[in-house]
Design a protein around this ligand. Structure first.
Ligand code: ARG
Length: 476
């Protein structure tokens, strides 16, 4: 019950009086005030809120809407408020509902009546939309894209250090055909490249300014919305005031991109989990990235990949929560939109952490080329090469497939591996076999033969590595 409705309200009964008390005869109910308040989570937007207010005040002065001295006082006052927040000296108040009113209230306490002019031609509706868009841009630029780059580099480092390592490629988690470990890791580099592209694409639409749309309809004041947009790093003002205050597509797009990043990370995490099992033994996680058991002394558990896999669910949940908040919402602002933030914050924080964890874990991982190789040798992974061999000698592929099926069945019964067979043994299954089959069934020959574009042949993989490195180099 500790977190239930009985929890003492954080807000005293007289809350809300100062901002809209003029219209109301009774103070806000204390329980309602607590439920209504978002400052517990939206205080994270303080930087964006202050930047938006400074740009707005400067524009108001430039347009002759407020006196220049007041704008200067507002600017300096906001800087002082920011310093207080960053020094941990700011007292956040649930009475003041959200970050916007907390900051404005403190500003006015510091600078007096000039602070009351800041909210001219503005509403919290365009303010919160502006803050959230700025936050999204900052997190994409400062956290998400750099972390994707970092993980791509970590994958490339492993790929380059293991250029000759082969492991079975799988379908249905059954050993299928040998591939280079570098090729396998490059598959994730590609996924992350698309993720990066999605973030940068979402960024374009997030980078439009709602500021100056006021509550919903615009404002009679002669604003210069282009000026505030440019000052804040937006590309342009949003075109429609109703859309500007009601839209959260940019948050959905970022959550959707985050969900897909998590999908990719979860697939890799799952591979790390199974590869680190004793059954596979393809990798050993570094001690610093694994945990032990409180009861079983022999255990080394892949908790970090498991957590990445597990956290994928919450990011999907964040996306669905956000979409559900927006579904059927009439124009323009509705308080439902306050529910956007926790989902968005959680999705971004989680994906940033999981990108970071995966990148950090890679360098300390031991890659057991011997075990990967042994899995290839025991796994008939060159059976397709035998069928291809027969087809190249003129045997129809369907027939060749059947011949090799019988051959593999015999090997399983005799506990033999394909590379161990003599030419005579091969010939028991088809006259088309010649001496060169002995080379064709090796893992090396199989990999080397996969020269098609995007294939696992060493020359193709070397090209792909070089291309990926060049792409990274362009990013500085
Ligand atoms: N805390 C609010 C939110 O997060 C800010 C906007 C409030 N606007 C309003 N008209 N109540 O959405």
């Amino acid at each position: 019950m500790a977190d239930g409705p009985e929890k003492p309200a954080a807000a005293p009964a007289e809350s809300g009086q100062s901002t809209w008390g003029g219209r109301f005869a009774e103070p806000t109910d204390a329980f309602v005030a607590r439920l209504n308040a978002s400052v517990g989570f939206d205080r994270r937007l303080y930087r964006e809120d202050i930047a938006g207010s400074k740009a707005h005040a400067a524009m108001l002065a430039k347009q002759g809407i407020i006196p220049p001295d007041d704008a200067a006082a507002i600017r300096d006052g906001l800087d002082a408020v920011q310093a207080e927040i960053e020094a941990g000296q700011f007292t956040w108040s649930a009475d003041l509902e959200d970050v916007h009113m907390n900051v404005e209230h403190r500003l006015t306490a510091r600078i007096g009546p000039a602070g009351g002019r800041l909210h001219t031609a503005r509403s919290r509706n365009d303010q919160v939309a502006t803050d959230l868009r700025l936050w999204v841009l900052r997190r994409i630029d400062d956290d998400l894209v750099p972390r994707i780059d970092r993980l791509q580099r970590a994958l490339l480092d492993v790929a380059e250090a293991h250029r000759d390592t082969v492991l079975p490629g799988y379908t249905h988690l059954q050993r299928a055909q040998p591939v280079l470990l570098a090729h396998h890791l490059l598959a994730y580099v590609e996924m992350l490249e698309r993720d990066r592209g999605r973030l940068l694409d979402a960024r374009k639409r997030a980078a439009e300014s709602p500021l100056g749309c006021a509550a919903l309809a615009g404002t009679p004041f002669p604003l210069d919305r282009g000026l505030t947009a440019r000052a804040l790093g937006f590309t342009r003002p949003m075109a429609n005031s109703l859309d500007a205050v009601g839209d959260r597509d940019f948050a959905v797009e970022l959550c959707a991109a985050a969900a897909l990043i998590m999908t990719h990370l979860s697939r890799f995490a799952e591979e790390l989990v199974i590869w680190s099992s004793q059954e596979f033994g393809f990798i050993e996680l570094g001690d610093a990235f694994a945990t032990g058991s409180s009861i079983m002394p022999q255990k080394k558990n892949p908790d970090i990949p498991e957590l990445v896999r597990g956290k994928t669910g919450r990011v999907f949940g964040d996306l669905v929560a956000l979409l559900t908040v927006l579904k059927g919402l009439p124009l323009a602002y509705n308080k439902d939109l306050q529910e956007d933030k926790e989902a968005l914050f959680d999705a971004v924080d989680t994906v940033a952490d999981c990108l970071e964890a995966t990148a950090r874990l890679l360098p300390s991982t031991t890659w057991r080329a011997d075990r990967m190789r042994a899995a290839c040798d025991a796994g008939f992974v060159t059976a397709t090469d035998v069928a291809d061999y027969l087809a190249a000698k003129g045997v129809p592929f369907r027939e060749a497939h059947h011949v090799v099926g019988r051959l593999v069945g015999w090997c399983i019964a005799e506990q033999r591996a394909l590379p161990s067979l003599s030419l005579d043994e091969f010939r028991r299954f088809s006259d088309a076999f010649d001496d060169d089959i002995r080379r064709a069934v090796t893992v090396e020959a199989s990999v080397a033969a996969r020269t098609s574009e995007g294939g696992t042949a060493p020359a193709r993989v070397a090209e792909a590595l070089a291309a990926a490195r060049a792409r990274m180099a362009d990013r500085g």
